[in-house]
Design a protein. Structure first.
Ligand code: SF4
Lengths: 189, 480
């Protein structure tokens, strides 16, 4: 990446808990130093809601649970040179993907919706339907990791990954020196 | 304006999670309806069934990465009851409290400086490219630096008590799995004076803003409402970790008071509406139409009779002295309340660090198994309820969660409607800055829409305008 201009980084939270974005902030003072070298394009941390131009690095938290997630992820792929899946949800679905495998269930998504809106004893549901307004994006049959939807260049492990590993990886990418992770860094938690 | 229109804010930024706002305008450009929709769904209540009880505090926090400690502790409190424990050891209770105060501190600092301060410092209608924490760091490096270090301090307290900054493992059913080393304690104590000074300065910043803008705030998205939180049994003091439920009406009269938290469902019901995945809780005795209420920092300042740490107690009195109504209703006054709680947390952290019980070794107690347990805690954003049933194989058979943002659902919708009426209704040209006013109102609640969906992901906020026949007329994205 060229050194005479600031690198542009975009970030997004898809089907994740926002913990990976908190981990970005866990770089603490190093985030302030990093700002000398990078600029943020669209990100939930600022008010840019659409890409303003091509980005050097795109960081994706979370997998895909609805159609909007899929569109956003494809947009990130189109607009970013290096696309990074940050954390277990982006890499393999994570907690949200627990709805993919419910024992003795032929239709896990239907079961989840029924439990939340129809059969809960402390809920009043006058229409006896699950929320279905067209304003709500369609849920996918299951939760998909990012790599099943678009090509992913790099996966940073952890749930959440530490501020350290995010920092070191970004610096290595900016310097063109990324050489993979240590074995001890390849962990779920 | 000759045709009805739809505006969109998609996604709402500087909030946690994924949602969408629709504003329905008629031909004259007057607002017919404005709604906050939660667009994601997780299904946690179902897929947690069959998991083992000790796994729950570790799994459930992954609903929310901004306040994971609240879910972790709330689930642990419910599981304490299931493993038959009503009283933890002093070391366990104090370690958990330390973790919680660290969490509330970091979350409030994050919300104030990283998410909301750009609106306050630069103006609601300032250019979108400038409204972010990086701009604060550029323009006011010292303030920006403090924000980063205060959040870091809270995160490190969490790391020392829970094992990790995000999604730790410290609390276990019946207790805690570690104590605090004297080495860590001394590191934290060495910084506590500085944290207290900075917390008081942040409080002054929020207070001055709320006093300066008092007339504006009185008319911005707020209306008198009911308020709920936990309060300490007996004296009704603020207690973020434990207590009984209290609900006050807008005049400060009790609707219910000192109610055992496990009976929450006798007092509250959640309503389902087809246009949002987030439910609408209401007070049973009042009914679904008018039984809405608010939770969070301002609610707690309203419900608490007193605060048991001196600096925060004084700030609590100052807050009430600034208003001539029994309770305070301005949505943006939440910022003032939030900074009072940061001061309270710093005072509590100091008190706990000086307590030798944190180095105790008696960490877990056991009791006689029960099949059902409720845990309630005051999360940074407000009251949080976890309710589980567990069978004889230790497997979860039932789960119900009511998170802070869900409690505030109706209130947030009313605030958006109010702001849309005042700032968007009848306008010829709707600017990005006007649209940001809607987001400012939502942000004041510090919503956590990931929690609220118990779902997978994200909170894009999108504003759409409909005519009076519910026909989508136009849509405008907020920025760029
Ligand atoms: S990987 Fe972990 S921290 Fe990141 S979004 Fe998923 S659950 Fe949250």
């Amino acid at each position: 990446m060229s050194t005479d201009r600031k690198a542009r980084i975009a970030t997004v939270s898809l089907a994740g808990c926002f913990g990976c974005h908190m981990a970005i902030l866990d770089m603490d003072e190093r985030l302030i130093d990093l700002m000398a070298r990078v600029e943020f394009d669209r990100s939930p941390l600022n008010d840019l809601k659409r890409f303003t131009g091509r980005c050097d690095i795109g960081i994706v938290e979370g997998g895909c649970c609805n159609e909007e997630n899929v569109h956003t992820l494809q947009e990130f792929r189109r607009n970013c040179d290096v696309l990074v899946a940050l954390g277990q949800c982006a890499i393999m679905g994570g907690l949200p993907a627990m709805r993919n495998a419910i024992m003795h269930s032929d239709d896990p998504l239907r079961d989840c919706l029924d439990e939340a809106y129809l059969s809960s004893p402390y809920t009043r549901n006058l229409t006896n339907t699950v929320p279905n307004d067209p304003v709500l994006p369609l849920l996918l049959d299951r939760v998909y990791p990012c790599s099943e939807v678009v090509e992913i260049d790099l996966q940073i492990p952890g749930c959440a990954p530490s501020g350290d590993i995010i920092h070191d990886t970004l610096i290595a990418l900016l310097d063109g020196k990324f050489r993979g992770f240590e074995r001890t860094e390849l962990r779920f938690d | 304006m000759d045709k009805p229109r739809i505006l969109e804010i998609d996604p709402v930024t500087r909030v946690e999670g994924h949602g969408k706002v629709t504003v329905h305008l008629d031909r004259q450009g007057n607002v017919n309806e404005a709604r906050l929709h939660i667009v994601e769904f997780r299904g946690f209540e179902r897929f947690i069934q069959g998991r083992l009880l000790w796994e729950v505090p570790v799994i459930v926090q992954r609903l929310c990465g901004i306040c994971p400690v609240s879910h972790h502790l709330c689930a642990a409190k419910a599981m304490d009851r299931i493993v038959g424990v009503d009283q933890l050891t002093p070391t366990a209770e104090k370690m958990r409290r330390l973790m919680h105060y660290g969490q509330v501190m970091q979350s409030h600092v994050l919300h104030f400086f990283h998410l909301s301060a750009p609106d306050i410092l630069f103006g609601f209608g300032s250019p979108a490219e400038k409204r972010n924490v990086f701009e604060i760091i550029r323009q006011n490096p010292e303030l920006g630096h403090r924000a980063v270090l205060m959040r870091k301090y809270g995160q490190e307290i969490i790391e020392a008590t829970a094992g990790k900054k995000i999604h730790g493992t410290g609390a276990i059913p019946g207790g805690i799995n570690r104590n605090l080393s004297t080495e860590r304690r001394d590191q934290f104590l060495a910084q506590i004076d500085e944290m207290q000074d900075w917390a008081l300065e942040a409080l002054a910043l929020a207070r001055d803003y709320c006093l300066r803008e008092k007339d504006f705030i009185a008319k911005f998205g707020g209306q008198p409402s009911n308020y709920m939180s936990l309060v300490r049994p007996g004296d009704g003091a603020l207690d973020l970790y434990d207590g009984n439920l209290r609900m006050l009406d807008a005049r400060g009269e009790a609707i219910f008071d000192q109610v055992d938290d496990s009976r929450y469902h006798e007092y509250l019901t959640e309503d389902v509406r087809r246009w949002s995945y987030m439910k609408f809780p209401y007070i049973n005795s009042i009914g679904a139409d008018d039984g809405w209420y608010r939770v969070g920092p301002l609610a707690r300042m309203n419900t608490a009779d007193l605060i048991d740490t001196p600096l925060a107690a004084k700030a609590h009195e100052d807050l009430h002295a600034a208003f001539d109504t029994p309770l305070i209703h301005g949505v943006l006054d939440n910022h003032w309340a939030r900074m009072i709680e940061v001061v309270h947390c710093v005072e509590k952290i100091r008190e706990l660090l000086n307590d030798p019980d944190l180095q105790g070794t008696d960490l877990v107690v056991k009791g006689e198994r029960r099949h059902e347990g409720v845990g309630v805690i005051e999360a940074p954003r407000g009251n949080l309820i976890h309710h589980y049933k567990v069978d004889e194989n230790d497997q979860v058979t039932f789960c119900n969660l009511i998170v802070s943002t869900t409690h505030n659902n109706e209130a947030m919708n009313r605030s958006i409607r109010d702001v849309a009426n005042k700032h968007i209704s009848g306008q010829e040209v709707i600017t990005e800055g006007m649209m940001n006013h809607l987001e400012v109102a939502i942000r004041a609640y510090d919503p956590c829409l990931s929690c609220a969906t118990h779902a997978l992901g994200q909170m894009p906020l999108k504003v759409e305008l409909f005519d009076s026949n519910d026909v989508l007329i136009d849509s405008a994205l907020q920025s760029p």
